[in-house]
Design a protein around this ligand. Structure first.
Ligand SMILES: [Mg+2]
Length: 211
């Protein structure tokens, strides 16, 4: 089980579990800018990074291992690149007034300290779990079947489906970022609700929690 989950103390309020990359913090846009700073270019032709990152000189496609190290370098330098989406900080502050909020970020755990500093800098000092395993079992372990409403926000269909399978009464909110590469992403199933931005997501969560 992901490090840190056992140390999170929930109260008797509803629970919101929220993804970070491309939901709270921008990822695709600053990552494309980071690639350019390294002499590469992202050409969105499908919903994946490997195969779509090319050399700025001759458009040679970068190997998977080179893409992995660029992602790693980006997460190491995230404090210099990643910024929040409009309304995200304000909406999360409002929601956290009446709910427990936990960030669940699909990032290698070695980057937890940098992410923690960045979220704290943005006044988002809520508990953080960094894991690269399936999200459904983690949310189920965190919630532990308490008789309280739960909501989960993510930009990836497979994460929403995983949480839906393990926490069947969870409100599932799909919030795709407004970036070209995400237009190639597989859409979620019908039981997942789509929000266009944080204002809409906040209202959907408040309705589900009856607050
Ligand atoms: Mg994400």
């Amino acid at each position: 089980m992901a490090a840190g989950i056992g140390s999170i103390r929930l109260t008797d309020k509803p629970l919101i579990v929220c993804d970070v990359d491309d939901v709270v913090l921008q990822f695709a846009t600053p990552f494309a800018a980071f690639l350019e700073s390294c002499g590469h270019r992202l050409i969105p032709r499908s919903f994946k990074l490997t195969g779509n990152i090319v050399s700025g000189h001759d458009e040679t496609v970068l190997e998977a291992s080179a893409v992995q190290s660029l992602i790693d370098d980006f997460f190491t330098a995230q404090e210099s690149w990643q910024t929040p989406f409009a309304e995200a900080v304000e909406a999360l502050h409002t929601l956290a007034g009446t709910a427990d909020l936990v960030f669940l970020t699909a990032m290698p755990p070695r980057h937890t300290d940098a992410r923690r500093r960045l979220l704290d800098e943005l006044t988002l000092s809520y508990p953080l779990i960094a894991a690269d395993e399936a999200k459904g079992p983690l949310v189920a372990a965190l919630h532990a079947g308490r008789p309280l409403p739960v909501a989960f926000v993510d930009d990836m269909a497979h994460n929403l489906h995983s949480v839906g399978e393990h926490v069947p009464d969870c409100l599932l909110i799909y919030m795709p970022p407004p970036v070209e590469i995400h237009t190639f992403a597989p859409p979620p199933q019908a039981h997942v609700h789509k929000a266009v931005d944080w204002v809409e997501a906040k209202s959907m969560i408040a309705t589900h929690f009856s607050i």
